[in-house]
Design a protein around this ligand. Structure first.
Ligand code: BDR
Ligand code: CA
Length: 305
């Protein structure tokens, strides 16, 4: 079993990623840290606790950074709704967040588990960048970071979802992404190039079929993600796809690239620019996806429960 920490800004698709992680026997979820992104960090924490409680679990949740390292937070109410959980209505959680800050939990965990530990980050990379800045020598001992973020232009699929070339998580905190990408830690970047590949998306017809399943989880899934279908015509499961790589690395193909992050451009803030492909240096960028394997995981472990 791989030890993982989830770093989330829950968020409709973060919610599905949490469910997938907690239902996967390959993963031992040691804790969940939260960060400002789709919603503010208080709400991301509450939403995360709601999902953990919905699952009947008590995984500890550690609140983290409330704003990006640089720039203002721009919450995404259109895709994620006022609450951050789309149209899902879940009771206020009885579970409480931990007192320890996300960054300290991550550092303590790396100290204990080192290379055995994978961090799956499905929000802006603020918590992890802060961790690296605080204790670079400790941070470097982590196994790897699998991050949902970026649009790398390596496939015919995807496009920026905030600006023409910028993806939301990197756009929200480009400096944090830049710090993580250049940290020397093994990074796997799962960007819009793969999450918007139609083979890995849920189309309108499949969404309707899921609606007829009537399982508790299928009902939650449709109420979380209906807005994305209306907005984009198909549902990209960005965060669950990044998480799925921790379960089975054959779901994504990656290549090593050197990547720079545009920090300031008025029209390009958060653009992830690939300078060189197939290099020795840099980060691993996903460019192909086994959609069938991924969507069957979603069916077995999220919807049929
Ligand atoms: C990413 O941004 C958020 O809206 C989603 O939760 C996902 O992490 C996709 O660009
Ligand atoms: Ca997210």
């Amino acid at each position: 079993m791989a030890k993982v920490i989830l770093d989330v800004d829950t968020g409709v698709d973060d919610a599905v990623a949490i469910i997938l992680a907690l239902n996967s026997p390959e993963l031992e979820v040691m804790g969940i840290t939260t960060v400002a992104g789709n919603v503010n960090v208080e709400r991301a924490t509450e939403n995360t606790l709601k999902i953990v409680e919905f699952m009947g679990r008590n995984t500890p949740v550690f609140p983290g950074m409330g704003r990006p390292l640089w720039g203002e937070l721009r919450e995404d109410r259109e895709s994620h709704g006022e609450s951050g959980l789309g149209d899902a209505i879940l009771p206020s959680p009885k579970l409480k967040p931990e007192a320890c800050h996300a960054m300290d939990f991550v550092l303590q965990s790396i100290d204990v588990w080192g290379k055995e530990l994978t961090i799956v980050a499905t929000g802006p990379l603020t918590n992890l960048a802060m961790t690296i800045l605080k204790e670079p020598q400790v941070a470097l001992k982590v196994g790897r970071i699998i991050s949902m973020g970026g649009y790398f232009g390596l496939t015919p699929y995807g496009r920026g979802n905030v600006l023409p070339f910028s993806e939301f998580n990197v756009f929200t905190d480009p400096l944090a992404a830049d710090i993580v990408y250049h940290s020397g830690i093994e990074v796997i970047a799962t960007g819009l190039d793969v999450t918007m590949n139609p083979r890995a998306q849920v189309d309108g017809q499949t969404y309707e079929e899921i609606g007829k399943m009537k399982t508790r989880n299928a009902l939650l899934f449709t109420s979380l993600l209906g807005r994305l279908l209306v907005k984009e015509g198909a549902i990209s499961l960005h965060d669950p796809l990044a998480l799925s790589y921790a379960i089975s690395s054959s779901i994504l193909k990656t290549k090593r690239c050197t990547v720079e992050v545009e920090l300031q451009g008025e029209l390009t803030r958060g653009q992830t620019v690939v300078l060189e492909e197939d290099t020795e240096r840099g980060i691993n960028v996903a460019f192909d996806v086994d959609g069938e394997q991924f969507l069957s995981l979603i069916h077995e472990r999220v919807l049929w429960r």
